[in-house]
Design a protein around this ligand. Structure first.
Ligand SMILES: NC(=O)c1ccc[n+]([C@@H]2O[C@H](COP(=O)([O-])OP(=O)(O)OC[C@H]3O[C@@H](n4cnc5c(N)ncnc54)[C@H](O)[C@@H]3O)[C@@H](O)[C@H]2O)c1
Length: 330
């Protein structure tokens, strides 16, 4: 089976490509074209894995490029997206072009070639939980342009199932963390600042809760989705069914790193009141039922194990050197 992964050069996509190679799939990595020949995080992948990956450099906004990349594949795992919430406050057009138009390009080509589609959503589409745990029937509330663009992309992908019987599954990961995550996300921000020696770390809101998932659990969910007939035409949460506040997450990380730190509120990291998602806590019953998926790093103990693996990776000097720990990364 030949699988195209879009967003392959990013955090989750690079782990996903490596996971799929280990499982024996033929993997084609769609990376974002640049004139440096830079393949993002896949540039750090071991050569013995890399030799099994075929590369295609393009732009998800370009219909012809996407069509060219998709020719000859059996499945597309579509992860390419702009994902930073603060960036979406001032450049929403690029989110429409990348997340919605990009998804349209993927499903159009998939329809023409008869390709199975696994589209990536996000828990951000639910907005602040109106009830917990959040199941797939929870209302969708776009509290940021990013979230709104993902709601649009999800609905477009599902409309191709309903209108044309295109085999589409929408995978909806809750917050994912692990090695290689960008510093715009809270866990790398906390680890990075502590690893750089700060005794006072700068953060935004501390009370919101999140349902964190270790990246290896998330990529395992994608692989299971490929084989689930029952998941065609469905939206499936990938979440650990465990919530923790940002403040308590910071304390756990400091504990794992064996450091005493205090937390300083940094106003620029606060989101507009009605845009901040206050609570995310997933139901994963549907993923268990339709995909046979269950997190290996779930619960408090699993979270601690995932954080330990993440910290171990970040504190390697060659990894930490890739991060700007003293600035607020958007
Ligand atoms: N990280 C999380 O916590 C999380 C949670 C839920 C859902 N997601 C979703 O998972 C997917 C991957 O996110 P990530 O965390 O790995 O982020 P990331 O920023 O590391 O990866 C995004 C990828 O999209 C690619 N991309 C962006 N614009 C492109 C374009 N115009 N053409 C081609 N490629 C383009 C980037 O090169 C990058 O590889 C996204 O769809 C995101 O919405 C992430």
């Amino acid at each position: 089976m030949k699988i195209l992964v879009t967003g392959a050069d990013g955090f989750i996509g690079s782990h996903l490509c490596e996971f799929l190679v280990q499982k024996g799939y033929q993997v084609k990595a769609f990376t974002m074209y640049n004139s440096f020949g830079n393949n993002g995080w896949l540039d750090t992948t071991a050569p013995e894995t890399l030799k099994h990956i075929e590369f295609f450099a393009g732009d998800i906004r370009d219909p012809n490029g996407v069509r060219t990349a998709m020719k000859g594949v059996d499945v597309v795992l579509h992860l390419a997206a702009l994902i930073a919430i603060p960036y979406s406050y001032h450049s929403p057009d690029s989110y429409i072009d990348t997340n919605i138009k990009g998804t349209l390009n993927v499903v159009q080509a998939a329809r023409d070639f008869g390709i199975r589609v696994v589209h990536t959503s996000t828990s951000e589409v639910y907005g602040t939980a109106q009830y917990v745990p959040i199941d797939e029937l929870h209302p969708l509330v776009g509290q940021s342009p990013y979230s709104a663009s993902k709601i649009g992309a999800d609905q477009l992908a599902l409309s191709f199932y309903r209108s044309f019987e295109l085999p589409v599954t929408v995978i909806r990961p809750f917050n994912t963390y692990g090695p290689r995550q960008s510093a715009r996300a809270v866990i790398p921000t906390i680890i990075g600042q502590i690893a750089a020696g700060a005794s006072e770390i700068k953060l935004g809101a501390l009370t919101p809760t999140r349902d964190f998932n270790f990246v290896l659990d998330t990529v395992a969910g994608f692989e299971k989705a490929i084989h689930s007939e029952k998941a065609i035409g469905e939206v499936v949460n990938l979440g650990s069914n465990f919530e923790i506040s940002i403040g308590d997450t910071a304390k756990m990380i400091a504990d794992v790193m064996n450091k005493d730190v205090s937390i300083l509120l940094d106003e620029q990291r606060l989101r507009p009141k009605d845009s901040e998602v206050d609570r995310l806590y997933a139901s994963n019953s549907k993923a268990k039922e339709l995909l046979g998926w269950q997190p290996k790093y779930g619960g408090l103990e699993g979270f601690k194990n995932g954080l330990t693996a993440t910290v171990d990776w970040f504190i390697e000097p060659r990894n930490l050197a890739k991060y700007k720990t003293d600035t607020y990364n958007v």
